[in-house]
Design a protein around this ligand. Sequence first.
Ligand SMILES: Nc1ncnc2c1ncn2[C@@H]1O[C@H](COP(=O)(O)OP(=O)(O)O)[C@@H](O)[C@H]1O
Ligand SMILES: [Mg+2]
Ligand SMILES: [Zn+2]
Length: 427
Amino acid sequence: MLWSKSLIPTLKEAPQDAEAVSHKLMLRSGLIRQLSSGVYCYLPLGWRVLRKAEEIIRQEMDACGAQQVLLSALQPAALWKESGRFEEIGRVMISFRDRRDKQMVLGPTHEEVITTIARAYFKSYKQLPQTLYQIQTKFRDEPRPRFGVLRSCEFIMKDAYSFDKDAEGLNKSYQDMYKAYHKIFRRCGLDFLAVEADPGIMGGDVSHEFMVPARGGEDAVAYCPSCSWASSNVSENIKKSKKCPKCSGKLDFKAAIEIGHIFKLGTKYSDALKARFLDENGKEQPIIMGCYGIGVNRILASAIEQRHDKDGIIWPEEISPYRAVILPLNIQDQASRAAALEVYNELEKRNIDVLLDDRDERAGIKLKDADLIGIPLQVIVGEKNIKQGKIEIKKRSTDERTLVESEKAISKLMSELKLTLDKAQDL
Ligand SMILES: Nc1ncnc2c1ncn2[C@@H]1O[C@H](COP(=O)(O)OP(=O)(O)O)[C@@H](O)[C@H]1O
Ligand SMILES: [Mg+2]
Ligand SMILES: [Zn+2]
């Protein structure tokens, strides 16, 4: 992609009201634009990152046997009354009357809808287990939307639901998801903790949250450095004593972002909505369910919270909007332009997504913008270097710079890219 033809509206300063680092950098690097309080549009760079995160999620969900569906965002309020959650969720749910005067809601989550599907189709133990998932927009009229996309009123969630015939089956489905979540967040380049959590209004008896320790986080986790026990749900006593309930070591408390949440629901929804199957003995039983969420937008913000410096974002390779950016520092210089184009074409030919900064801008602006948008590899084509047949390759994360002969630039870049691809495969 050519920068001159792209919508990348970088900003020198972040707007005053942005508090979290990730919010500031998402605005400054032109990933998102705020439409109203808690409502954001994704611009091309932001959309590319979102799509890459979604693709990782899709691959890992498919790999553990889950099937993708797309459920409706519009839902009849009657369904929520049937499950008993209409009152419980309260004003967070956006509801309205349609032209036939039927009360409808915009889905804040989809346990009810998916249970109607299970009720319709999963009639026999022979059809179980199955897991369905979707990647879809949720609506929640949050009392305090803040920190940009971290707590917004419209956001993308990956939500999965497992259906089993017994508790043992649920354990296995839950374990599979637990493992898949580890792979997903590792591939997204996040440092995270899986902690015991409170099931809250989802119900059920077991739940884990995936927490990304970060200053901009709204939640807190207690963590024991000696035995690795961690929880987002500790009693007042533990908070006061700071004593690990497992090994009595001293607990650390860290601010964190909840990026994922998995629950063993049991029969809460299948009982309420009468989703039943016939077991081996021909007896009717409620389907045993689990549900598993990931905040896709929060992956972006979490990655930025954990990986940035004073100059901008440092994207993890697998979710970076582009793998490399090429910077001919003086686009008017014939030799620089030709060399930059050559590298660009060669990378494109190899299916590497690459951005070429072909703007007629000062070198300082180009270098600053490249650091700000945080693409992991920079190919810097300077006038002086190119006269000696040399190109500079800079790693955004370490600032490590290598001067290579321009004929060797492609093989050097490909080996850097291959290293990161191999690393991803090892996870
Ligand atoms: N308002 C929001 N904005 C962005 N992401 C959200 C929001 N609410 C929830 N999420 C994401 O969706 C995931 C699943 O949601 P859930 O656990 O049901 O929400 P909550 O923790 O608010 O009850 C969360 O782990 C989080 O990553
Ligand atoms: Mg949650
Ligand atoms: Zn401990």
